[in-house]
Write a protein that binds this ligand. Structure first.
Ligand code: PA5
Length: 454
């Protein structure tokens, strides 16, 4: 069976049939742009030109990484969310009772209590520190790196170098200088591969490989989607490609004032792809007053949480509904949890059935309820839940995001608005060369003070 997109309810009975026509009319221009930008190396998450180098350089590092029980990953945003999604999907043991396998700790915040606890409890000699930053200058990541470097040195002396791996730009940035200064092992974050599109490079694949996840399967899945997209662009069939159709749908939704996009995940182990997708979508598309707010949700948990708002709140939401194979496929006969043959009378109708049938039934129930509420919904049904399938999903969503940005007339590969907050925070901390930010901050703080206690 192949992965499927079901378009039956994409309009929710509310989106006019002609809403996606303007996008379809631009397919030829988009195809030309895709081919041109790929040829210039600007869309490496579609054709993976860095793959052979990664396949050469990562395997020799693995024996040392895997010899240690712990990996401490320092990174934030796109440098952390993909790793977390892959860990939760394919190596969830660490959150479960009785775990005695490898442990991945992702430090993607500046919570002093958490980092202090981790450094107190981790054994430097049994820990690899992987510091991930495309720019090599992100303050949250560099600050943690400097503290962790001291922590390693205090115990391991000069041996600290053998416990560090830097994943960063090949030529520039503080981390690249650090790699050169201390002769530290490093892997590249390839050119033109911004954080949120970089999960399937060393950024996410080093932690994945450490956890024993089939990282090449992930790459195969994503390359399959990227390759088929570029083939479609060459053959003049881009308008029919799933990524383009999704982008045209998202663009049409926005044009019709649907300014929120639910990502409802009914593959519970894949729930962390929700925050990964939310960052990809929000940071790529929230530009110049356009874009739709991503709303990640997990089935079935969020049926008892935010789903009421999806169903009967403002009529401004579309839904990408993700599910996996049915229980008969997930759980071959005789395996997995089953209800007993003798059940309390009130629950007798569940007797002998697999526990997994709840997920399918509740997924169907919620999907149908959303459709009946008129929520425009596209159903992504994965044929299986393998790393290869996850790679295909990630590749599809990255391509959808890129194309939606192009249809919206913005640059989906930058994130200018978030830079201001970073500069202001640096100014507040006393970083040099930010006089304008310092002045603006003084003015802003002078205005504050209309406080109320509670
Ligand atoms: O998607 C993005 O580009 C951002 O979220 C970055 O990943 C994040 O800001 C971290 O940047 P860097 O990898 O340069 O440390």
């Amino acid at each position: 069976m192949l992965h499927q997109l079901d378009w039956s309810h994409a309009s929710g009975g509310r989106l006019p049939a002609e809403a996606s026509a303007p996008a379809a009319a631009r397919a030829a221009a988009m195809a030309a742009r895709l081919l041109e930008e790929t040829a210039q190396g600007r869309l490496p998450f579609l054709n993976f030109p860095f793959r052979s180098r990664l396949e050469r350089e990562l395997p020799p590092l693995l024996p040392r990484l895997r010899a240690r029980r712990h990996m401490l990953l320092l990174g934030i945003g796109g440098s952390a969310l993909g790793a977390r999604a892959l860990q939760r999907a394919f190596a969830p043991g660490q959150d479960e009772p009785g775990h005695d396998g490898p442990c991945l700790w992702i430090a993607d915040n500046v919570c002093e209590a958490t980092l202090a606890r981790w450094l107190d409890r981790l054994e430097p000699g049994d820990t690899s520190v992987v510091c991930v930053s495309k720019s090599g200058g992100t303050i949250e990541t560099v600050a943690q790196y400097l503290l962790v470097r001291d922590w390693l040195r205090a115990t391991l002396g000069e041996g600290w170098r053998e416990h560090v791996l830097l994943v960063t730009d090949d030529r520039k940035g503080f981390l690249r200088e650090e790699a050169a200064a201390h002769d530290l092992p490093s892997l590249e974050v390839p050119d033109h591969l911004g954080g949120r599109y970089s999960a399937l490079s060393a950024v996410g694949l080093v932690p994945a490989a450490f956890l024993g996840i089939d990282w090449q399967g992930l790459l195969d899945g994503a390359s399959g989607v990227g390759g088929s997209l570029l083939d479609a662009a060459r053959q003049g069939t881009l308008a029919d490609h799933p990524a383009f159709r999704l982008a045209a749908w998202a663009h049409a939704l926005e044009a019709c004032a649907y300014d929120q996009l639910i990502f409802f995940c009914y593959l519970p182990q894949w729930a962390a792809f929700g925050p990964w997708f939310a960052q990809l979508w929000a940071e790529s598309l929230g530009k110049e007053g356009t874009g739709s707010q991503p709303l990640p949700a997990t089935g079935v948990t969020d049926q008892h949480s935010i789903n009421q708002m999806f169903l009967d709140g403002p009529r401004n939401k579309g839904c990408l509904f993700l599910s996996g194979p049915d229980v008969e496929v997930r759980q071959p006969a005789g395996q997995g949890l089953h209800f007993a043959a003798a059940m309390p009378e009130r629950w007798q109708w569940l007797a002998g059935r697999p526990f997994g049938c709840l997920l399918d039934a509740e997924g169907l129930g919620t999907r149908m309820a959303l459709c009946r509420s008129g929520v425009p919904l596209v159903h992504l049904r994965m044929a299986d839940a393998s790393p290869r399938a996850a790679g295909a999903l990630m590749g599809l969503l990255e391509a959808m995001t890129l194309l939606t940005g192009w249809l919206n007339g913005i640059n989906p590969l930058d994130q200018p608005a978030v830079e201001l907050g970073k500069r202001l925070a640096n100014a507040r901390l006393g970083a040099p060369g930010l006089p304008e930010e310092e002045r603006a901050m003084r003015e802003f703080m002078a205005q504050e003070g209309q406080c109320q206690t509670f």
